[in-house]
Design a protein around this ligand. Sequence first.
Ligand SMILES: NC(=O)CC[C@H](N)C(=O)O
Length: 371
Amino acid sequence: MKYQQKKDAVVLLEDGSVFFGKTPNANSSEVQTSFGEICFNTGMTGYQEIFTDPSYFGQIMVTTNAHIGNYGTNADESESNSPKISGLVCKNFSMFPSRVNMDKSLVDFLTESNLLVVSDVDTRALVEHIRENGAMNAVISTETNNIEGLHAQLAKQPSMKGLGLANQVSTKEIYDLFNETDQTKVAVLDLGVKQNILRNLKKRNCSLKVFPFDTSYEELMSWKPDALFISNGPGDPEPLTNAIQIAKKAIEEDFPLFGICLGQQIISLALGIPTEKMHHGHRGINHPVLNLQTGKGEITSQNHGFVVEKSAAESSDLIEITHKHLNDDSIAGFKVKGKPCFCVQYHPEAGPGPNDATYLFDQFIDMIQKK
Ligand SMILES: NC(=O)CC[C@H](N)C(=O)O
């Protein structure tokens, strides 16, 4: 058998808390260790989309759904070319997946990318701990007898606050996604873009050119796009000065601009409205949002650990807040007054998650056509 016996493993948090589990995929003769910021996702399904979402780069994912891996993986369902999390912590990890259209087991999918899985963890206690004590760095390891040594190494890891990570996940080369029937040229600034965003734009007859995170505004414009899109992505938005400059120029020049998640944070910083680190973030597929323009609720997919500073957003006369998160009243979306520019903190593309908010892509196309 390819994977023999489960080996003991540990989840150690920055505050010294220790949770024990087993790993189904560590090489039995080697020690394996991985660092990252610990976070949890409450989605009951969609683990492959979550693990391959580039916004999770640098994070160890705890899944609250008790069964992970039971429907395997399928190459068509990835949000990028490989898993992007730093490691997985779960309760029950299935070694015997079953689904008609799966092409690989989750254990193979993750092991091929050298990703450590720690299962059999009391994830309810772990999640409660993160909820109460906030986001922090953690290490997962098969080195269960060296807690002190691991803790010393963990103390040297950088904090997620202040960390720019788009350079780790953005495309290295410019690439095109064209359709015969394409009508609208959209330049995508790739800070870690999810495939489902590109699919949603293509579905609406957009010709896309995807640019690396450090492309200049002038180079983006030299393609003569009709609009600009700033993507989701990992890390703190604040160090992404080039992206912030691009948003600033687009807004100044009345150039159509749409941003999702990290994209919203970048647009906010471009307007001088600061962002801040949240206590433990929003990550799941049933986050309720109120659309303040229609008065309707939307159930949304979310994945963010930073947020636009609420008091600064509310007192800014540059923006109109269009969406609010119904759990904590945080800023879920805004538009820039008098400019063809809007953004949301959540994921209208879903992947995974509900499709309540896909109208935002239509709104983007309408905005471009009006312009
Ligand atoms: N999904 C995203 O774009 C996340 C944005 C940012 N990295 C955050 O955690 O808030």
